[in-house]
Structures are given as structure tokens and as C-alpha cells.
Design a protein around this ligand. Structure first.
Ligand SMILES: NC(=O)c1ccc[n+]([C@@H]2O[C@H](COP(=O)([O-])OP(=O)(O)OC[C@H]3O[C@@H](n4cnc5c(N)ncnc54)[C@H](OP(=O)(O)O)[C@@H]3O)[C@@H](O)[C@H]2O)c1
Length: 337
């Protein structure tokens, strides 16, 4: 079987302004395990296989090499810029006044692009941790979420749209209380919100909230991130690909449980951005959106398997005095204005 999947066969989603985006993309976070060369090599292979959406970020430390891959693909006529949908994200240490523009300029330079399709605020805090740090690592300068601080960052994001440097702006790692506080203040609303979504962590309230507000959810760690950094692993974590509901559906279709997670995601309506540097994996991840859909019963079975099991808890972003990761997600009943 050919490794090429015609991008025209991959379903598209419409954003609130009518722009089209593929229903699946490729993630590019090497999880402190895969080198920038391995990740950019996978992006090169993925473009040739038919991927058109790539989820990048400055903190992933590989945008310069991914940019070389994009440039080569354009130069060789494999794809044109307007056929690709490319995201990047401002990291937590670049929320200050004027820094968002600098951060975007650096990502554009590294990615060798004139504009992005989406620029996200990666986390709604300016709390920074060093790349590759361990789970107990804390930054003494970290502070709780602040509407004023977030909106100061968002005002800079809105200017990037005015300047034509990105087509859309988005948020990531948000909660409903935070969105309730900031959405009424936005001059330009987010077109997309990136959030953790997989069978054991479906976030139905946040998902429905986004859809009701015309915001497209992008689902990160859609396979349950089996290769996530060690700092993000805890003993109670559930492995999505081992869940009986997922494994049984996989058996019925003769596919890997990882692929079931992706079919479920696409059919539900979020845009999954699975990561893999292995060609057979990333090819099947794209192909699965074009064939053999899950039945309504299978979709319902997986919907009922939600375990509210957040994997990317973000504890390294905690501030002095808040020692439980739930504070980051407004589960302690407070939100700081
Ligand atoms: N906005 C944010 O804060 C945020 C946070 C986390 C992630 N993200 C984004 O989301 C992307 C994806 O998330 P993730 O990397 O955490 O996790 P993921 O995509 O859920 O899991 C990736 C792992 O799944 C396995 N896999 C992939 N396809 C497979 C297949 N067909 N069959 C079997 N195994 C397969 C691979 O493991 P093996 O190598 O062992 O095969 C791969 O390393 C990231 O790369 C990043 O772009 C964003």
C-alpha cells in the first residue's frame, strides 16, 4: 500500500471565519526524548505522506530544523505555503510587554515563514520552567493566573493579527472559569483552543463550551502521550491504549489502539495532533481519517469510558503556596482576578 494519502481525501474543518483546517495534524514536541533532527525528519516524511497541519512551538527547541524542512518542501515544489496550516506558540517566559512580537518574529525566522496560521498562548501563566526539568522543579517567580496579566499578553496577540503576521490566534491549557473571565474582554476572540483530549480525559464541559462559542478544539496528547516526559508521569495515570473499551474496538477493526483514539477524536470533532517519528505510525494516523469509521455504538462506548484522568498536570508551573496541581486548573474553587 502506498504511503501517500491524498490531502484532498482528509476531511477539513471550518473555523469561525470560514477558513479550512485539516481534521488531523502532526505534533512536534519531542518530549525531551526525541532529538530535533528526529522530529524534523518526521515532519519531512509527513509532508510527503500528505500531512498538511503541523503543531509547532518555540519551547520544543526544533523550529529552526522544521523551518529547513518547510523551505526544502517549498523549494522542491512538494507543497505550497498556502497548502500548509502551521501553528506556533509563545512560551511562558515571553509574555511581557513587546515580548510576544519578538517571540513570534523568532518563530517566523526559525520556521522560515512570512506568517503563521495560528499563534497560541501556550500556557495562561508567565510561569517559566527550564526545558528538561524534573517534576519537583519550581520557579520562585511563578504567580497565580491573573486576568490583567493574561489580557496584557492577549492584546499583543491581537496586534499580530492586525499586522498580518498570523491568520488566527488561540489559547491553550485554559479552563471554563478562565475563559469566562477573559473572553468578554477580547477584541479578537480565539479561533482555536488547544487542550488535552484523549479517551480517558475527554473534558466534555470545556469541549462543549468551546464549540458553543464557535472555538475549534485542538486535542493534544490524543493517544495519551505514552512517551511523555517522566516529570509528567504519576502512578495513577491511565494508559489510553490499554483501556479495554479502546482495545476491544481496535480488535474489531484490526487496528492499533492508538489509531482508535484518533478515529474517536476526529469523529467527535476535535482536531488531534498525534506525535510520532515512526513512518508506519504517522502514515496510519493520517490514513485512519479517510477509511473505516467507528460505529455510533463504538463512539458511545468510548465516550462512556472517560476517567477524567489529566496527564499533563503542569505542576512545574505552580507558584509559592500552591502545592497541588489542581490549583492550575481552578479545581480548588478560586480564580484570581
Ligand atoms: N499545548 C500544549 O501545552 C501541549 C502539551 C502537550 C502536547 N502538545 C502537542 O501535542 C502533540 C502530541 O502529544 P504528545 O506527543 O504528548 O502525545 P501523543 O501524540 O498522544 O503520543 C505520542 C506517542 O504515541 C505513540 N504513537 C503515535 N502514533 C502511534 C501509532 N499509530 N501506533 C502506536 N503508537 C503510536 C508514539 O509512541 P512510540 O514512539 O512509543 O511508538 C508517540 O511517541 C505534541 O507533539 C505537541 O505538538 C501540546
Amino acid at each position: 500500500m502506498s504511503n501517500y494519502i491524498d490531502p484532498k481525501l482528509v476531511p477539513q474543518k471550518s473555523l469561525s471565519n470560514g477558513d479550512q483546517i485539516p481534521c488531523i495534524g502532526m505534533g512536534t514536541f519531542g518530549s525531551d526524548r526525541f532529538t530535533p533532527e528526529q522530529v524534523s525528519g518526521a515532519v519531512a516524511g509527513a509532508i510527503r505522506c500528505g500531512y498538511r497541519l503541523f503543531d509547532c512551538a518555540s519551547v520544543y527547541g526544533n523550529e529552526h530544523l522544521i523551518g529547513d524542512v518547510f523551505k526544502q518542501a517549498f523549494d522542491e515544489g512538494v507543497v505550497t505555503r498556502d497548502e500548509l496550516f502551521i501553528t506556533s506558540k509563545v512560551w511562558n517566559d515571553m509574555h511581557g510587554r513587546g515580548d510576544v512580537l519578538l517571540s513570534l518574529a523568532k518563530s517566523l525566522k526559525d520556521l522560515k515563514l512570512d506568517y503563521l496560521d495560528v499563534y497560541f498562548v501556550h500556557w495562561p501563566f508567565a510561569n517559566y520552567h527550564a526545558p528538561g526539568c524534573d517534576g519537583d522543579s519550581r520557579n520562585p517567580d511563578s504567580t497565580p493566573f491573573s486576568v490583567d496579566a493574561f489580557m496584557a499578553t492577549w492584546r499583543q496577540m491581537e496586534k499580530l493579527i492586525d499586522m498580518g503576521l498570523t491568520r488566527h490566534i488561540g489559547m491553550s491549557n485554559m479552563t471554563i472559569p478562565k475563559l469566562e473571565a477573559v473572553l468578554p474582554l477580547c477584541r479578537i476572540k480565539p479561533s482555536l483552543i488547544e487542550m488535552e483530549l484523549h479517551p480517558s480525559f475527554q473534558q466534555p464541559e470545556l469541549y462543549d463550551y468551546c464549540v458553543a462559542h464557535g472555538i475549534q478544539p485542538i486535542g493534544f496528547s490524543p493517544i495519551g502521550s505514552p512517551t511523555r516526559p517522566d516529570r509528567d508521569k504519576t502512578p495513577d495515570d491511565i494508559a489510553d491504549i490499554e483501556m479495554p473499551e479502546v482495545a476491544e474496538v481496535a480488535k474489531a477493526h484490526g487496528i492499533h489502539p492508538a489509531v482508535v483514539c484518533l478515529k474517536w477524536a476526529v469523529q467527535r470533532g476535535q482536531i488531534p495532533i498525534p506525535f510520532s517519528i515512526k513512518e508506519p505510525e504517522y502514515v496510519s494516523n493520517l490514513r485512519c481519517t479517510t477509511e473505516d469509521p467507528l460505529t455510533e455504538e463504538e463512539m458511545a462506548r468510548i465516550a462512556s469510558a472517560d476517567k477524567n484522568c489529566r496527564l499533563i498536570k503542569g505542576q512545574v508551573f505552580l507558584w509559592e503556596g500552591a502545592d497541588d496541581w489542581r490549583a492550575l486548573w481552578d479545581l480548588d474553587g478560586t480564580i484570581t482576578k
